[in-house]
Design a protein around this ligand. Structure first.
Ligand SMILES: [Zn+2]
Length: 328
């Protein structure tokens, strides 16, 4: 006979463990692909909770999978734990107080994200066990959510091929089921190489890489009128070539982030941005080098699961049905 247990009771049993892990990851505050201590802490916790853990999957040190069960359905719960640059902060304070000047910190709560996903995976495991139900629950330790897209490599490696569905979450200021469509993205570095020269004595001998970056940005800003409304293009100049205006800047770099609802749309815009970069290099007689940094496909939502999550959500938050929906 099934004895019914509530999922919130299962979570509460290990409350102290989860708080402890979350606070440790807050202190580790490791950036993309450097989340060694955070990943190891989560791996050990998974092992202690009876999961079989495979470390360093997809050739990435901080990517791992904790697995329990060997029958269907295969449920994936995604855990992320990377920090952001410059956001070092003492915990529990609402005013700015860095632990480490210019150190990294958890600006959007990835200390909670990875830990909450662990709590969910353990709760599902215990729920299956205690109710004698079939199923496999996997915790996917996904590095580099903030930048670098660790999951992309895990998908390419086929690690998600047998998964029936994947659930994820993100800390926020409200509790809600998020019916979010994430845009597909490409992130690409454009580097220009010119020739240094004294900007007053012999400007005619210089070829400015910074000019190339500026002309590229102007070109892309003109492109905006002629792309689909839902697309987004942003850039950051990551190398201006120096701090002396009296030297022609021999190198400069700009990082572009292109987004659109479908990955094919991003690809089309990217091709046009590349042409503009080539044009900027031609205009300035500089050399262009491109480095494709990362890319993600658009998120595929599952309307059936959204509905189930919504129904379950209302057991804890009995509000009118339109509450709890977040459309971003
Ligand atoms: Zn985040």
């Amino acid at each position: 006979m099934h004895h019914t247990i509530k999922i919130d009771e299962i979570i509460e049993r290990k409350r102290d463990l989860y708080i402890d892990i979350s606070e440790k990851i807050w202190d580790f505050a490791e950036m993309s692909y450097e989340e060694k201590e955070s990943a190891e802490l989560l791996c050990k916790a998974l092992e202690e909770q009876g999961f079989e853990v495979e470390r360093g999957v997809a050739g990435i040190d901080t990517a791992f999978i904790g697995s329990f069960g060997n029958s269907g359905p295969v449920m994936a719960i995604l855990g992320e734990f990377d920090a952001l640059a410059g956001l070092s902060q003492e915990k529990g304070l609402a005013e700015y107080k860095p632990l480490l000047k210019n150190g990294s910190g958890h600006g959007c709560g990835h200390n909670l994200l990875g830990t909450g996903a662990l709590a969910a995976a353990v709760a599902v495991k215990e729920y299956l066990e205690e109710n004698g139900l079939p199923g496999t629950v996997r915790y996917y330790g996904c590095p580099a959510e903030e930048s670098g897209d660790g999951k992309t490599y895990m998908v390419r490696e086929g690690l998600f091929d047998d998964v029936d569905f994947a659930l994820t979450w993100h800390p926020m200021s409200v509790n809600a089921v998020s019916l979010m469509n994430a845009l597909a993205t490409y992130q690409v570095y454009f580097r220009f190489k010119g020739r240094a020269s004294h900007a007053a004595a012999s400007p005619h001998l210089g070829r400015s890489a910074l000019d190339a970056v500026e002309l590229m940005n102007v070109g892309v800003n003109y492109l905006r009128e002629h792309i689909i409304d839902d697309a987004r293009i942003h850039y950051a100049i990551t190398n201006t070539g120096g701090f002396s205006p009296n030297v022609v800047q021999a190198e400069a770099e700009v990082l572009y982030l292109i987004r659109a609802p479908k990955v094919g749309e991003v690809e089309k815009i990217y091709q046009r941005v590349c042409k503009i970069a080539e044009g900027a290099a031609l205009m300035t007689e500089t050399e262009l080098e491109m480095e494709f940094d990362s890319g993600t496909s658009d998120l595929i939502r599952n309307a059936t699961l959204d509905k189930v999550m919504m129904e379950n959500f209302h057991q804890w938050f009995p509000l009118p049905l339109n509450w709890g929906l977040i459309l971003l």
